[in-house]
Design a protein around this ligand. Structure first.
Ligand code: FMN
Length: 373
């Protein structure tokens, strides 16, 4: 009889090649499309008018490490909100200094700003935290304003994309447009350049180092939502769809794998193999830097990142952050080692054109779950 482990290996291998088609459709789990429209819940948010709720819904579509959604919003008055870091949603093993948490809150702030503008409000956003471990991070004051552009569709359709990056360099025009949105500090290394090879090797090696760390792997396990029931209960974390586990492997993982199985050597090895494969694909790498690393620098960089990611979405360019290289010491020195002390790499990204930009699949908590008064 075939052993469960061997069966699993075969299914994972099948999933890697099955990419799309009817099997994937028939076997998919919960995705964003299965959530109620605008992600409503029965609870009513305190002191929020429908526009305020709408703004926070779009803000919550921001990316975050492990989809931890580390934000909470305290409503002080209908037009004055405090964005807090939710300490229960930190990633202490891989992000002990809250660097990624603040980048994620920065992306949330940018979505909030853009959604407010689209809905006829102006959001003044001020960084009020002094230290990266403070709870209160931003003060948001909403004023009435002119409806200004309509980025809502972009906010709703951006996602992280790992598979399907085409082996084609990003054009100079597109690099310039992304760099403009990023406000500078964005460096592109085309796929065949020697720098790209260095970044790729460092990214895969850092992934391997981290996959061998029990504490980091345990933290990942904490954010896995493999069963549809768990995914709907938490509406955060990493679902099989979010991790882009496809085909039969997706079905198998949802039905027969428990998060704890990800602690096993086979699973860790498979993760490294898939990552090494993905790292060879696509149009190259981008590194986004900041000139400082205090709270305001990190919030600002999260905002710049999100603007850049939305511009990438508009151009059918997939973005895949590979953050282990900034979390593990050897990776960090490979990326920043030869640069001066005012060069802070904050994002390392695989980038590539896509034939087809897939629909977002990662889940989000309803506004009512992260708003307090
Ligand atoms: C600071 C930060 C770090 C991230 N690091 C990784 C990473 O190392 N690997 C990865 O696959 N995705 C990474 N992501 C993407 C998140 O997993 C993703 O944003 C989250 O699951 C929500 O999915 P979405 O971007 O499709 O909305 C990162 C995102 C942020 C904001």
């Amino acid at each position: 009889m075939i052993k469960r482990r061997d069966f699993l290996k075969q299914l994972f291998a099948a999933g890697a090649v099955l990419g799309g088609g009817t099997l994937t459709g028939a076997c998919s789990g919960i995705t964003r499309a299965d959530l109620p429209e605008d992600n409503t819940s029965e609870q009513s948010p305190p002191m929020l008018d429908p526009t305020g709720r709408h703004i926070l819904y779009y803000a919550s579509l921001a990316p975050s490490g492990h989809n931890s959604q580390p934000w909470r919003v305290r409503i002080e008055a209908a037009t004055t909100w405090i964005v807090e870091a939710n300490g229960d949603r930190r990633l202490p093993c891989v992000d002990p200094d809250n660097r990624e948490l603040l980048l994620s809150i920065g992306a949330f702030a940018e979505n909030l700003f853009l959604a407010a503008g689209a809905l006829g409000r102006h959001a003044d956003i001020e960084v009020i935290a002094n230290s990266s471990h403070d709870r209160d991070i931003l003060r948001v004051v909403l004023r009435s304003g002119q409806a200004n552009g309509d980025p809502l569709n972009l906010l709703a359709t951006r996602r992280t994309v790992k598979h399907g990056h085409l082996p084609k360099e990003i054009s100079a025009n597109d690099v310039a447009a992304l760099s403009h949105q990023a406000g500078g500090g964005l460096f592109y290394f085309p796929r065949t350049s020697s720098h790209a090879a260095c970044i790729r090797d460092a990214a895969v090696e850092s992934f391997r180092i981290q996959a061998a760390r029990d504490d980091a792997q345990r933290e990942l396990v904490h954010w896995l939502r493999l069963k549809n029931r768990d995914a709907m209960h938490h509406r955060d974390g990493l679902t099989p769809e979010g991790m882009e586990i496809r085909g039969m492997a997706n079905w198998f993982v949802r039905h027969f794998v428990s998060p704890d199985d990800f602690m096993k050597t086979d699973f860790r090895r498979k993760g490294v193999d898939v990552t090494a494969q993905l790292a060879r694909e696509g149009g190259g790498w981008m590194v986004m830097t900041s000139s400082g690393d205090n709270v305001a620098d990190l919030i600002g960089t999260g905002r710049r990142f999100q603007r850049m990611a939305l511009a990438a979405r508009a151009r059918n360019i997939g973005i895949h952050p590979m953050t282990q290289v900034l979390e593990e010491k050897t990776g960090r020195s490979a990326i920043a080692g030869n640069h001066n002390r005012h060069f802070f790499p904050q994002f390392v990204l695989r980038v590539g054109y896509l034939d087809h930009y897939p629909k977002p699949v990662s889940l989000r908590r309803p506004v009512e779950w992260f708003v307090t008064s």
